[in-house]
Design a protein around this ligand. Sequence first.
Ligand SMILES: Nc1ncnc2c1ncn2[C@@H]1O[C@H](COP(=O)(O)OP(=O)(O)OP(=O)(O)O)[C@@H](O)[C@H]1O
Ligand SMILES: [Mg+2]
Length: 321
Amino acid sequence: MLLSVQDLAIDLKRGTELHRLVSNASWELEAGETLAIVGESGSGKSLTALAVMGLLADELFPAAGRVLFADQDLLKVTDETMRSIRGAEIAMVFQEPMTSLNPVKTIGFQLCEGMLVHLKLSRSQAMARALELLEKVGISDAQTRLKQYPHQLSGGMRQRIVIAIALACKPKLILADEPTTALDVTIQAQILTLLSRLCSEEGVGLVLITHNLGIVARHAQRVVVMYGGRIVEQADTRELYRMPRHPYTQGLMRSVPRIDSDRHSQLQPISGAPPDPFDVIHGCRFNPRCQHTTGQCMTDMPLLNSTDEHSVACWNWQRLA
Ligand SMILES: Nc1ncnc2c1ncn2[C@@H]1O[C@H](COP(=O)(O)OP(=O)(O)OP(=O)(O)O)[C@@H](O)[C@H]1O
Ligand SMILES: [Mg+2]
């Protein structure tokens, strides 16, 4: 197992009060495998990734659980160890490439920086690998690009550079948080295909965070669906698409275009809004938006049995299947 997240909880400290933003998150990832975390805005996807990277903001902290990576619990290692793991063994690809690229440094400098520090390569070795990486991510005229600055490249090219930088130090794991939302749809699909192909070729585990079940379908082996800070369903991608069990997942599926569906069929957004973490909701957190609510849903929180191959946190899924 490359990464095992076990019962992770993340709390927010406000004055003397604690608010739980993520509860009981458990999932696993093998080397070379892609796992997608999907869910609407505010469901806790980014917080989960940030906790794995040890990058939670000061007011947030992992309140329970373990994040096992190469026999270490990343929630327990020192800041210094975490810094050496980040960038070398675990890399992150963020949504907006301009925020992760330095506008005043050349592409070549930014590609080589990590390799000099973490891989201890000489300058010429690093440059040679930088050229190789640019070619791998599909950037032509790589020699010229190395001398250019981020603003001289298109958005799609910048995202390719960010992927090259993530791969530069031969990480074991890449966390990609909405890596393509700033790009148009065709380029998005190209970038995701590239990222997941490179990761599987190089045996890198990939966690792909996205709103979009449509694009995820093609690239992940497993999908984790989050709602209101909890995992509500988890399954192999094919199985999840064949038979989504949670009413929320079913709603997400109806709200994305499908290649195989009738062109005239309507997309149906899920009515209502995702819960605010400070709202008090008794029972299932999805109940205010669910069309299949029963008495139990209003009083008891359904829990996920994460050891099942296809697990779901819903009292009524069998009735709905
Ligand atoms: N520093 C913070 N202080 C207070 N609340 C926070 C903080 N960071 C995140 N939250 C809250 O925690 C919840 C989960 O946030 P998170 O960023 O993980 O959502 P997300 O699933 O990544 O959403 P999006 O799709 O919009 O990126 C949200 O309701 C958010 O408002
Ligand atoms: Mg996010």
